[in-house]
Design a protein around this ligand. Structure first.
Ligand code: NOJ
Length: 489
């Protein structure tokens, strides 16, 4: 049983009488009324059951079976946390800690083994219905992502996100999901981290690892945007009566300008436009950020190409894609210093952006080489989003700290400092942040790092038959933290 700490009892006593709309906010140490806390996972990283009950293979199943050395310790997601069988344990932990929402993803090949709607896998459909029902029965609101990187193999066989037909195929899949779960699910994410998905085509770090840098990534990104836009319009036409709200989960690491010189300030802006802006500008302002268009067209020309490496939308596509997020899903982990300078493979998105991004040696390291702790970057990202896209409601859809199973105190510090930056953004900058989903509720398959890097609030014993889940210190810290903040809800 959880026993409230002395601090919590004092806070309970002090704030109990302050829930009155006529009063100003209790203090900037609290979150505003209605702010929601949640935790996130993704299908391939937790479910396991890779071929259970009629599920088809995804590009991650396929790639890791063919290239086992791609991942540390030759790990893969075949079994993972076995959430396919143990989802009730996950829900129990989510409830015990006190989260109001749970963000998870649907595995496309689990419900549609061929990727197409001609073959629906009923056990897969039932699985997600059971997860949703279990959440709702426990008073937890589902936030559901349709694509967290696990494309059905038969769709990769026809080019995956490089094939323009994918937009219609994704929309068909989304249609089935909205029809099936839309009465119960009101928060949808179409694509998680489109930039990372595009990276699987432009780079070699994620399936399908095609390494088509500076071409395949832009083409995949183009079709991801077309798919998102079509799925959003379809929802509006057929399912608006369900009253759901749709976004993408956008990602990027913002840059602080190295100096206040105009060149560095412009470089920091390009750092944003070539990451968040790549996908957010088309859905919130229409078409690609002008600076992306200018730089990539110019470089393409200089390379002797007649056709830009960044594809063009038709006018109709620009209209279809513009205005297709109801809220802004922000995945934030880290930030950089940025200055002018062409780095990276030629051609590549990095080189096109002409930004030299680097970590400050003083920023604390973590178990992930790509993640240094810099909480101020979260506020910077929020400020930049407001400046670029106005006061759209923002939900932080991911934020978390990786260790090797040994630094849970640092995870607590990470959350505390990042949540403080969110409050500063809300109260001092007036930014409309309405929720926060941390990554992740449980330790899980961390892509190339396998199970060696852990993001969970809940430890998972991957060697035990039941994948025993045990709450970490950070879970109790979060429980306490949310209990205090809920007092003014
Ligand atoms: C973003 C991704 O959405 C998620 O799958 C991943 O585990 C986390 N970042 C941490 O790397």
């Amino acid at each position: 049983m959880w026993i409230p700490s002395a601090t919590l009892i004092v806070v309970l006593a002090v704030t109990a009488g302050l829930c009155d709309d006529r009063l100003p906010p209790a203090s900037h140490t609290m979150f505003p009324k209605g702010f929601k806390f949640g935790a996130s996972t993704a299908a391939y990283q937790v479910e396991g059951g890779w071929n259970a009950d009629g599920k088809g293979p995804s590009i991650w199943d396929d790639y890791l079976h063919k290239h086992p050395d791609f991942i540390k310790n030759r790990n893969n997601g075949d079994v993972a946390d076995d959430s396919y069988h143990l989802y009730k344990d996950d829900v129990k932990a989510i409830k015990e800690i006190g989260f109001q929402t749970y963000r998870f993803s649907i595995s496309w090949p689990r419900v549609l083994p061929t990727g197409r709607t001609n073959q629906v896998n009923q056990p897969g459909i039932d699985y997600y219905m059971n997860v949703i029902d279990e959440l709702l029965a426990n008073g937890i609101e589902p936030v559901v992502a349709l694509y967290h990187w696990d494309l059905p193999v038969p769709l990769q066989d026809i080019g995956g996100w490089l094939n323009p037909d994918i937009a219609d195929l994704f929309t068909e899949y989304a249609d089935l999901m909205f029809k099936t779960y839309g009465d119960k699910v009101k928060w949808w994410i179409t694509i998680n981290e489109a930039q990372s998905v595009a990276g699987g085509y432009g780079g070699g770090n994620a399936a399908p690892a095609l390494n088509l840098h500076g071409t395949g990534d832009y083409l995949a990104g183009h079709n991801l945007l077309r798919a998102h836009g079509k799925a959003y319009r379809m929802y509006q036409q057929k399912y608006s009566h369900q009253g759901g709200k749709i976004s993408m989960a956008f990602c990027g690491a913002p840059c602080f300008p190295t100096t206040q010189s105009p060149e560095d300030i412009a470089a920091a802006d390009r750092c944003f436009q070539f990451s968040f802006g790549w996908f957010a500008h088309p859905v919130l302002r229409g078409d690609y950020p002008p600076i992306m268009r200018e730089y990539i067209d110019r470089n393409s020309k200089a390379e002797g190409r007649n056709v830009s490496r960044l594809p063009y939308f038709t006018d109709e596509e620009i209209r279809e894609i513009n205005g297709t997020v109801d809220w802004f899903g922000l995945n934030y982990y880290t930030a950089y210093w940025g200055k002018e300078g062409a780095v990276g493979a030629n051609p590549s998105t990095d080189r096109d952006s002409n930004v030299n991004k680097y970590f400050d040696p003083n920023w604390p390291s973590t178990a992930s080489s790509w993640l240094k702790v810099i909480p101020q970057g979260l506020r910077l990202a929020l400020q930049k989003l407001r400046q670029e896209y106005g006061n759209i409601p923002i939900i932080v859809t991911e934020n978390g700290y990786p260790d090797n199973g040994d630094k849970d105190e640092k995870r607590i510090g990470y959350f505390e400092t990042h949540l403080a930056e969110i409050r500063a953004a809300i109260y001092e900058d007036g930014i409309n942040v309405t929720g926060y989903c941390l990554w992740s509720i449980i330790d899980n398959f961390e892509w190339r790092d396998g199970y060696t890097v852990k993001f969970g609030l809940v430890e998972v014993d991957f060697d035990s038959p039941n994948k025993t889940r045990t709450l970490k210190k950070s879970a109790y810290w979060f429980q306490n933290y949310m209990a205090m903040h809920k007092l003014i809800q």
